[in-house]
Design a protein around this ligand. Structure first.
Ligand code: GAL
Length: 481
């Protein structure tokens, strides 16, 4: 019954989610309420993904067409994302190309705002929504990022008709459906599945430093990794490349999972938590986190985004970088956006230490605004985003795998083919920083605590303060009583 755990987890975190309604427009979704999906009783085990047919979603009429004929009247569609930077823009461009071929009468307006992980885009979007100036569709992560914000604030409309008429639910991985649904209504169209817990490395740096441990098999614990770091450090290189401040939160989630394991990770976000934030397990994870940070480049805080950290690895200045698999696109895509590096020779990959057999995932998706200005154009975009053709164009360049079960593996890199196998066989857990596990306000509190920690000595006293701040963040969210 492991799969059911995911459903109960999601339902639980939906119930406790912070309502961020400050910038909610007055509109309500077009669908009438239906019977909520029944959640099974919670258990402590993490979810196993299955690619089997998903739970049926109750269908309801919505005010917009589910698909749009290519002859749709001339209009435009403004699509908001943060896919601007090297490696990120390529996938979007490939999907836009398909959109433009299918809908020549609809002008694609790219409203992307630079800044990895949406660091700038999310603030710009919030301002626009507050001003009643919603884009025609925007990028949002499946999970609490959608449910606790846009759905709660009634800023997005349900997509029951779209799902019914396109049959999208039949090909959407079963894990994703509850993460984009409220009361049985789907609210977004997932376009991919990314993996957060990837350890990218430069095999030449490891060789030169005399590291004989194989990252693909030998980093069972963070201590194993730190032993390799000692050698890299002695060779005068940075062991673990770190980028802009948000990447420290990305690292944090993967250190915690790699220390306490997937079951206890899921337990941190359950209502009430089955893993105590004040426990010795978390203390150990924070000690590992402090140690991991001690091996990072001292100029991390001046880095503009995630790419400069990945570039340290590519250039042979650093050995490792823990980053999501969007980095694959940056390493491998052709210039000018990609570095055109050769897999296994110029760069290689493993999962982050302590996470063999674990897939820490996130999923990008697109929404239909409530009171959409150009609903037909939005639906045209969603049709491409959901389609096999659109996803097979987008994902190989983005480094992600399809949010569909029927994509052709031969269109994907060796990396992505590996990821697809792991997705369907590993223990799947959700990312904190990329929207799956916690409401955005909770993520922000954790990020603030981590920022303060980085500015401290990061010694035992600072680790204890960080743990207290994490306990307090859980209480402020309402999940910890
Ligand atoms: C994530 C997003 C990815 C990628 C990454 C780095 O939040 O889901 O698609 O854009 O940020 O910018």
């Amino acid at each position: 019954m492991k799969r059911n755990v995911w459903y109960s987890l999601v339902v639980s975190i939906i119930v406790m989610a912070t309502v961020l309604s400050a910038c909610a427009p007055a509109a309500t979704p077009t669908a009438a309420p239906v019977q909520p999906t029944q959640a099974p009783p919670p258990t402590a085990a993490p979810v196993q993904p299955t690619m089997a047919a998903p739970t049926a979603v109750p269908m309801q009429p919505t005010a917009v067409p589910a698909t749009v004929a290519p002859t749709a009247a001339a209009s435009q569609v403004e699509i908001f994302s943060w896919w601007v930077g090297p490696g990120e823009a390529d996938g979007l461009a490939a999907m836009v190309k398909i959109f433009e071929a299918k809908y020549p009468n609809i002008k694609f307006v790219n409203a992307a705002v630079a800044g990895g992980a949406g660091t700038n885009a999310k603030a710009v979007l919030a301002t626009r929504l507050a001003a009643g100036d919603a884009p025609d569709s925007w990028q949002a992560h499946a999970g609490q990022e959608i449910i606790a914000t846009f759905v709660q604030a009634k800023q997005v409309a349900p997509l029951d008709d779209f799902f019914a008429q396109t049959g999208f639910a039949n090909v959407l991985p079963k894990t994703l459906l509850p993460l984009i649904s409220q009361d049985g209504h789907p609210y977004s169209v997932p376009v991919n599945i990314h993996r957060s817990n990837v350890l990218w490395y430069n095999p030449n740096v490891l060789k030169a430093a005399g590291v004989t441990a194989n990252p693909k098999t030998d980093f069972k614990t963070w201590d194993d990794f730190f032993a390799a770091c000692e050698k890299v450090k002695a060779a005068g290189k940075t062991c673990l490349a770190l980028g802009a401040p948000w990447t420290a939160i990305h690292l944090f989630e993967n250190v915690v999972i790699g220390t306490i394991g997937p079951d206890k990770w899921v337990g941190l976000w359950s209502t009430p938590p089955t893993t105590d934030w004040a426990s010795a397990d978390v203390t150990k994870a924070l000690a590992n986190y402090a140690k991991a940070l001690s091996y990072t480049n001292s100029d991390a805080s001046t880095m503009t985004d995630w790419q400069p950290a990945s570039k340290l690895v590519a250039d042979g200045d650093a050995a490792f970088n823990v980053m999501g698999d969007w980095a694959y696109g940056y390493f491998a895509n052709p210039a000018p956006n990609g570095l055109a590096l050769k897999p296994h020779t110029d760069f290689d990959w493993a999962v982050s230490p302590g996470t063999y057999g674990v897939f820490n995932f996130l999923s990008d998706s697109f929404v239909l605004p409530a009171n959409a200005k150009n609903p037909a154009a939005t639906m045209a975009w969603l049709t491409v985003a959901a389609s096999k053709e659109g996803q097979e164009a987008f994902n190989p360049l983005k480094g992600s795998i399809c949010a569909r079960t029927d994509c052709d593996p031969t269109k994907f890199s060796e990396y992505s083919q590996d990821a697809a196998k792991d997705w369907s066989s590993n223990t799947v857990v959700g990312s904190l920083f990329h929207g799956v596990m916690a409401a955005p306000a909770w993520v922000t509190s954790i990020g603030t605590a981590i920022g303060l920690f980085q500015a401290s000595k990061m010694d035992a006293a600072a680790q204890a303060d960080l743990q207290k701040a994490l306990v307090a963040a859980c209480s402020s969210d309402g999940t910890c009583k």
